[in-house]
Design a protein around this ligand. Sequence first.
Ligand code: G1P
Length: 292
Amino acid sequence: MTQMKIKKAVFPVAGLGTRFLPATKAMAKEMLPVVDKPIIQYAVEEAFEAGIEQIIFVTGRGKKALEDHFDRSFELERNLELKQKDELLVQIQSLVPKTGTIVYTRQNEPLGLGHAIWCARDIVGDEPFAVLLADDLVKSQKSVLTQMVDTFDRLRASIAAIMEVDADQTDKYGILDAEPMENSVVKIKDMIEKPDPSEAPSNYAIMGRYILTPRIFDFLGKKEKGAGGEIQLTDAMKALLEHQPVFGYKFKGERFDCGDKAGFQMANLAYSMEHPDIREKLLDYIRDSILK
Ligand code: G1P
């Protein structure tokens, strides 16, 4: 590992989005909008805010809209220009990062999150990197990844974002056995993917933000199947623990599970409240129709 600045971020975006069918039959789930931006754009903006210089999308079939979203659209730009919609034009143009900033690779088989990350190994190379799962959207003053990069600068080791979940929810997450270290940091002793509540070592769950040292690829490369018959990132991190310290970081912010219908609607509501023009109409509607 020759350098320690986090410059690359991996976005696993090959998932089929079955929980949102039929909406996701012909559309990538990452393109579902939270108010007026697709879910993926929030995560990409978060990465850039944290100083990331290269975005690595691990895609699959049916994700073309995602590539188009971050590319120029001359026809649309021309149209907005002619109609003098200058504000929109600037917004659309600012979506497109410099050539080469976004790299695409493909996960040819749906073998799990660990496998998706492993697919990016040659692009990441021998440097620490971030992983963002766009489904986990966090509303916060300072973005979660920025908080984690700051923490990485101090700890110089792999870190997973964590939060406490209800005890009956452990079978949805990677769960930690950990000991407190400092205010927001725990030192991970063990971790297990989606344990039954009766077997969970705690209610500290991993959320979709990670900073990983490149050593993780040694363990992902073993391609051992874990929970759900999939190659799990949690299992590779557990193996990494035997060789390097791994920490959990209790992030500051409100997390929305946009991979879940209720969580997705809550995210839309929370982000709508920040748009002055939507906020009042929505509040009126809630008062008049829902709370009556
Ligand atoms: C993945 C990880 C899990 C983590 C979760 C966070 O699970 O495997 O460890 O807790 O993301 O959202 P998934 O939601 O992809 O099943």
